[in-house]
Design a protein around this ligand. Structure first.
Ligand code: GLU
Length: 474
């Protein structure tokens, strides 16, 4: 490979356009309509000053609203030194397709602030977050019915609560202010189960694939997750929770990769012990019983059944796609595989479960949080006691008929009414399972070769549907 070729960079947005165009070939839709779906409707690029220590720093930030076909727009906000307009535009577009696939009524959006939160104090991160929010408010780029941010790479509950607080202080009469942002702490209107939602969604999606005999047979694997060798790249919120759920389900986490390197143990790594080690030493490296892999990228190439890239984009590219030994790749991150790598993997028969479906668990539960905020009532509040009473009556009848007493522990389990976490998880599980089968059925009925193209076709059809309902395109 010549040096010139190796250094060639593609715009991230053009990668998504390629995937979109590939899917559009399976549909007979007017070019202009396709162009409209692809384009970003609004790009807000801002610069604002923040005093850091004794110096004024000019901060570069973005909010992109990719599609207004449904409102509000929805998508996370990331904090990273790599933030740029192309990246945020692409991630906003992915949100549009993601929402369409899992049937949540939002247009896609994304935000980003170019900074490294690890080198800044909490006070300064707060200052930047609050200023960013007020810039969004000034331009009407945030609001329960306009655009609703959420956590993403480098942000979490803490940042969401600052965003909410800033919004509320500038819009004090807004009765639905809580719904201006999702991913908030429970104490501030968050919903139970949001934090682990993306990782759990990844788990549900891959578990569903592994349940199917035909699909597993095609890659020479047995049905089920038990004993499957899994590699996870990225131990952030998504990777950590996905790893935990796979581990609990009986899969073997043989390698975990982070920025500083990876660790490998073919007998399996205990995820919570690794996290404990990471917290104590500041790194996953030198974990007892595991082998260090200094070049973290090499972890992707280890022999395994399931590879879960859960960090950043473009980590599997044309130069390493042929070295990937996984039979299944689950895209927990957004855009971890370039289009060239995708083609190589498709030819090699690797099953790629695409980001626009697989990591949609976060926005799905964000939708539940948004609904909770708009309804001003916690899930389960109205029906929990009612179903417990009904179950108790039913149980009593059964005991009388059978002339047998049910054990106290069993009784407790049967009587229990649904709590918020139960409802959120069941909603997420149902969304991920039905989303998977919709894409798979479309793939089978059209003869499309890979899940990504089928997912894009599904999303485009869904968006066209809502355009038609609105009467925008006669
Ligand atoms: N940042 C997440 C994503 O990329 C969540 C977005 C949301 O909840 O709105 O899907």
């Amino acid at each position: 490979m010549s040096k010139k070729n190796q250094n060639k960079t593609y715009s991230f947005f053009s990668c998504i356009e390629k995937n979109f165009d590939k899917a559009a070939r399976f549909l007979s839709i007017e070019k202009g309509i396709l162009e409209q779906i692809k384009a970003c409707n609004a790009v807000y690029r801002m610069h604002f000053p923040v005093k850091i220590g004794k110096k004024i720093k000019v901060i570069e930030a973005y909010r992109v609203q990719h599609s207004h076909h449904k409102l509000p727009c929805k998508g996370g906000i990331r904090y990273s030194t790599k933030v740029n307009q192309d990246e945020i535009m692409t991630l906003a577009a992915l949100m549009t397709y993601k929402c369409a696939i899992v049937d949540v009524p939002f247009g896609g959006a994304k935000g980003g602030i170019k900074m490294d939160p690890q080198t800044l104090s909490v006070e300064n991160i707060e200052k930047i977050t609050r200023r960013y929010t007020s810039e969004l408010i000034k331009k009407n780029f945030i609001g329960p019915g306009i655009d609703v941010p959420a956590p993403d790479y480098g942000t979490g509950e803490r940042e969401m609560s600052w965003i909410f607080d800033t919004f509320l202080s500038l819009r004090p009469v807004e009765v639905d202010a809580l719904a201006c942002v999702t991913g908030k702490p429970i104490s501030q209107g968050g919903v139970r189960g949001r934090k682990e939602a993306t990782g759990l969604g990844v788990f549900y999606g891959i578990r569903e694939l592994c349940r199917l005999k035909e699909d597993m047979f095609s890659v020479g694997l047995d049905v089920g997750l038990v004993g499957k060798r899994v590699i996870i790249q990225g131990l952030g919120n998504v990777g950590y929770h996905a790893a935990t759920f796979f581990h609990e389900a009986g899969a073997i986490i043989i390698a975990l990769a982070e920025r500083e390197g990876a660790i490998y143990n073919k007998k399996g790594l205990n995820v919570s012990d690794v996290i404990f080690h990471l917290k104590n030493t500041g790194s996953i490296l030198n974990f007892p019983g595991a082998k260090n892999i200094d070049n973290t990228e090499k972890a992707l190439e280890l022999e395994c059944d399931i590879l879960i890239p859960a960090a950043l984009e473009n980590v599997i590219h044309k130069n390493n796609a042929n070295c990937i030994q996984a039979k299944i790749i689950g895209e927990a991150a957004n855009g971890p595989i370039t289009p060239e790598a995708d083609e190589i993997l498709e030819k090699r028969g690797v099953i790629v479960v695409p980001d626009i479906y697989l990591n949609a668990g976060g926005v799905t539960v964000s939708y539940f949080e948004w609904l909770k905020n708009l309804s001003h009532v916690r899930y389960g509040r109205m029906e929990k006691r009612f179903s417990e009473n009904m179950n108790a009556e039913l149980l009593q009848v059964i005991e009388t008929i059978c002339r047998k007493k049910i054990l106290k522990e069993e009784k407790k389990m049967i009587l229990r009414g649904a709590r918020e976490i139960d409802l959120v998880r069941s909603g997420l599980e149902d969304t991920m399972i039905s989303g998977f089968h919709k894409i798979r059925e479309l793939k089978k009925s059209t003869g499309i070769k890979n899940m990504r193209t089928a997912a894009f076709v599904f999303a485009i059809k869904k968006i066209i549907d809502s355009y038609e309902k609105l009467g925008i395109f006669p």
